[in-house]
Design a protein around this ligand. Structure first.
Ligand code: UTP
Length: 296
């Protein structure tokens, strides 16, 4: 089964980047690529998803933001394009971007009620297909292929289950990530049948409950920031929203994923050769900018 659709949420408030995020959404902050071109952060998701063979991309925005994102992709007017003729590489970039403007659709999240609530807004876009989901304020890179590509390729062995990309985290990182317990498959040790998912667990809970075979002591598997979601996630999110099931005041995707695991089973893929870059807070933003620019 081929994965054709992907979702990028950029509808958050970006509070931790205030006041810069009051001027420009964090997902539109400039990020310089290895080629020296400064693009808006979210633009890299489109490049990676395109390279991974994804055909349709839905961006989740706040009300009134879709025109701004579309205008970015449509690029400048004829006069400005003329000026760009002095910089052929940038002119080429502007022309390339236009093709994304045609392929991207938007879903609007009217109230900022959490990541799960944002994802729920793409129910119609998904229309019963599996969708790739990547954190809008992160970027991902893998060698030789994008982690988006790697995760999407797993759809053929998932038996219709959701699969989350995970990577190794230490005790100090547990408070930042959904974390799993599970058992590795004999035919592919990176593929894990998940037996429990807990969002931001305490160390004691993680030590007791979140075990995965063949991991060193003091190491767990936590969300990498990318998921391949089976369509039943939307029914579950709908139930949670109808019944006002919140964590920390928000509708959390991780809770929906744990419910989906209980009902339908759930897989995880350990990402070994891939990197994630977190742009969500100022200091991580600076660090990620430097690392991303100088990727091999
Ligand atoms: P974050 O967890 O970083 O939340 O979102 P945030 O609201 O953007 O930032 P802070 O906490 O206020 O500083 C992770 C990703 O999910 C999107 C964000 O845009 C970001 O790309 N998101 C988050 C939504 O689209 N809607 C939400 O309600 C929350």
């Amino acid at each position: 089964m081929k994965v054709r659709k992907a979702v990028i949420p950029i509808a958050g408030l970006g509070t931790r980047h205030f006041p810069a995020s009051h001027a420009v959404k964090k997902e539109l902050f400039p990020v310089v690529g290895t080629d020296g071109i400064a693009r808006a952060l979210f633009h890299y998701h489109l490049l990676e998803l395109d390279a991974a063979g994804i055909e349709e991309i839905c961006i989740i925005v706040q009300p009134g933001e879709s025109a701004m994102v579309r205008d970015y992709l449509l690029g400048p007017d004829a006069g400005y394009l003329k000026r760009l003729e002095k910089y052929p590489v940038l002119l080429h970039e502007a022309l390339q971007m236009r093709k994304y403007a045609e392929r991207v659709t938007f879903a609007v999240q009217r109230e900022q009620e959490g990541y799960g609530h944002a994802v729920f807004q793409t129910k119609e876009f998904a229309a019963g297909e599996m969708v790739l989901l990547g954190l809008g304020d992160h970027l991902f890179r893998g060698a030789p292929v994008s982690p988006y590509h790697e995760l999407a390729a797993m759809a053929s062995v998932s038996g219709g289950k959701s699969i989350s990309a995970v990577n190794r985290i230490s005790a100090g990182e547990l408070k930042g990530y959904g974390t799993i317990a599970g058992t590795r498959r004999s035919e592919n040790a990176r593929l894990i049948d998940v037996s429990l998912i807990i969002e931001k667990p305490d160390v004691a809970v993680a030590q007791e409950k979140l075990l995965v075979d063949h991991l060193p002591a003091g190491i767990w598997l936590g969300w990498f920031g990318m998921h391949l979601l089976a369509p039943s996630i939307y029914e579950i999110l709908e139930e949670m929203i109808r019944n006002d099931v919140r964590d920390g005041g928000e509708f959390q995707l991780t809770r929906a994923q744990e419910i989906q695991r209980q009902r339908h089973g759930y897989l995880a893929l350990e990402m070994t050769g891939s990197q994630r870059f977190d742009f969500g807070v100022p200091d991580d933003f600076i660090r990620s900018l430097q690392l991303f620019r100088h990727l091999p």
